[in-house]
Design a protein around this ligand. Sequence first.
Ligand SMILES: Cc1cc2nc3c(=O)[nH]c(=O)nc-3n(C[C@H](O)[C@H](O)[C@H](O)COP(=O)(O)OP(=O)(O)OC[C@H]3O[C@@H](n4cnc5c(N)ncnc54)[C@H](O)[C@@H]3O)c2cc1C
Ligand code: FES
Length: 326
Amino acid sequence: MQEFNDIPVLQTATVIANDRLCREHLRIILRLDSFATASPGQFVHISPAQGDHRGYHRLDDTEGGASDAWRADCFDPLLRRAFSIAGLRRRSDSVEIDLIYREVGTATNWMASLGHGDTASVLGPLGNLFPISNRKRAAWMVAGGVGLPPMLWLAAALADHDRKTVAFCGAQTRDLLALTMDRDQSPSPDASLATCCAAEFARVNTPVVLSTDDGSLGFHGHIGQALSCYHESNPTPADDLVVYTCGPERMMRFVSDFCGERGIECKVCMERAMACGTGTCQSCVVPIHDDDDRDGWRYRLCCTDGPVFDSRDIVWEPSSCVAGKG
Ligand SMILES: Cc1cc2nc3c(=O)[nH]c(=O)nc-3n(C[C@H](O)[C@H](O)[C@H](O)COP(=O)(O)OP(=O)(O)OC[C@H]3O[C@@H](n4cnc5c(N)ncnc54)[C@H](O)[C@@H]3O)c2cc1C
Ligand code: FES
């Protein structure tokens, strides 16, 4: 079901700051004149602003152009890219949004090149949101790698709702963890202990369990193992707990199975390549169980039906069913 809070708007944003957080992650703060009502889980679709020639390819000799010519039909990145909103602040005359991104290709390299006063084209807010249950007092967030950004904003919203929160944050190694460590509170290598070791979560009273695959910080192992360990030592009734997760699909599947086996509600923020972000191009499908469908499942769109889905609805092994769908 589509859950737009308001109509998304296309506008030009101004860069306020663009700082490196760790080896591959940066946080960009964008200022907009206005921004529709938005909630954690939602995302924006961004590209170079019109007229920003850094978004265009310079023709080189092999392309038959003069060295200072720009190929106006070769917009690079051609398509917008999706980024979860990691924070949002409403000012008297403007709105600031935070995006945290990992430099992986054309668009994120372009984003990393932006400085104070540069511009970017922003479409948003897009997608649905993480529902906050009135019935459940405990809320655990499980983030792997670049799944962290939506959890930062969600943690603030959960704190406003007075929920008992814990954030589980995993990375391959400490250099890839986009969090600021508190000098006085070390992350515990024992995953049964959550500490206020990360400034971003400490600000909203959320203790954190950290894990790294190589053991360079916090618990040695993947974040799903840390979640299991914490749950074992801190049993919380399933009917009082909701788990939110975002990150690599394998990790989310682990979390989904973990919750499914224990009857814990789990909301998953899915990622797909998104050409339009608005439900037109059909490029961002997610297979979803559907008892009314002849095959027992059907596609839904990550950009408009998601990106947040209930974990029980997702068909986690699409290879077993994608081939049959036209
Ligand atoms: C709803 C939604 C929210 C998102 N939120 C964020 C966010 O908050 N922060 C963020 O950094 N990204 C986020 N993404 C992912 C982001 O949109 C992609 O990483 C984007 O394609 C990057 O564009 P690019 O041009 O730099 O790289 P591309 O040219 O698109 O990709 C370059 C190469 O990197 C690989 N690649 C793409 N994405 C990733 C990845 N995430 N990790 C590792 N390799 C990758 C590709 O397979 C390709 O080989 C989100 C995606 C969705 C759908
Ligand atoms: S990105 Fe075009 S339909 Fe989802």
